[in-house]
Design a protein around this ligand. Sequence first.
Ligand code: GDD
Length: 318
Amino acid sequence: MTRVLITGITGFAGSHLADYLLKKDDLKIYGIKRWRSRTENIEHFMDKVEFYECDLRDASSIRDVIEELKPAMIFHLAAQSFVPTSWSAPAESLETNIIGELNLFEAVRRTGVDSLIQIAGSSEEYGAVREDEVPIKETNPLRPLSPYGVSKVGQDMLAYQYFKSYGMKVIRTRGFNHTGPRRPNVFVCSDFAKQVVDIEKGVKEPIIKVGNLEAVRDFTDVRDMVRGYWLALSTGTPGEVYNISSGVGWRIGDILSTLISLANVSVDVVIDKHKLRPSDVPRLIGDSTKFRSATGWQPEISFEKTLEDILNFWRKGY
Ligand code: GDD
C-alpha cells in the first residue's frame, strides 16, 4: 500500500481530497490534525484514515510524523487560506503558510525520505494582472496584492528552492478559486448561498450583505480540483508548476444573481464596507493548458451545478 499523507485534511479541500483518494484501493491515507481542529468535515471517514496529532508550526511535531510514517506522497494543503484574515493577522498567516511548509520540508530532508510533495499554491500569487496578461499563464510575473498572496509566493519559491537545492520531488499547483459543499461561509459563494438560504427559510431579513461585486474569479468545483491535485502528483513532473483553472471568469455580482434566481427569493443587496479589502485582485482567469496537456485533466462539474450543491449543503442546516 502506498502511504499518502494529507496536511489540512480537516479543512475544505483536504477533506474532499481524502474522499477522492479513499476510493483508490492501493493507497493508505494518513492525516495530521491539531488537537483543537474542528472535525465536522472528517467525521464520515474517521475510521478509514489514520490521524496524527501535529502542528506544522512546531518543527519537532512534524518531524516525528515524517520519521515514523515515511510517506511516499504528501499533499500539503494546510494553510491560513482566507485572504481578509491575512490583513488582520499578517504575521500568523506568513508563519503558518511559509514556516509550516519549511518545517515539513526540513522534516522530509532530514529524515531522508524520498516523498513526492504537492504544494497547493494559489492564483492570488499573480495579484495585479494586466488586461493583456489574461488568461494567466504560469510564466506571468507574480505581483501579490495581499499578505496571503505574499505567503503563497513564499511557499511557491521555497518549494522551487528545495527542488533546486536538494532535488526534493516537489510539484507546485496554482489553484484558481474552488468551491463546493463544506466551504466555510466566509468565502464568497458560501457566504452568499448561506444568506440566500437563511432568507429562504425565513430566519433572516431579505437583505444580502456583500463586498466587491466587480471582481472576476475563475471557479472550479472542489471535487474537480482535488482530482487535479492527485493527477499533478501522480503524473506531473517534479520541479514544475501548474495552473489548475476552468478558464472561465465569473463576475462576483453575477454569482450572486445566479444564487438568488436558483433560490427564487426576492432580496435587497447592500454593500458592507467591512467586506471591502485594502486591495482586491480585480480579475483572475487562468490558462491551464500546461496542466491539461501534462495530465489530461479537465473540469467535469459545471459551475451552476456547484452553486446548486452549495445551496443544498446550507439547506441541510449546516
Ligand atoms: N468572502 C467574500 N464575501 N468575498 C466577497 C464578498 C463577500 O461578501 N463580496 C465580494 N467578494 C469578493 C472578494 O472581494 C473577492 O474579490 C472575491 O469575492 C472572492 O473572495 P473569496 O471567496 O474570499 O476568495 P479569494 O478569491 O479572496 O481567495 C480564494 O481563492 C484563492 C485562489 O484564487 C481563497 O480560497 C484562497 O485561499 C485561494 O487561494
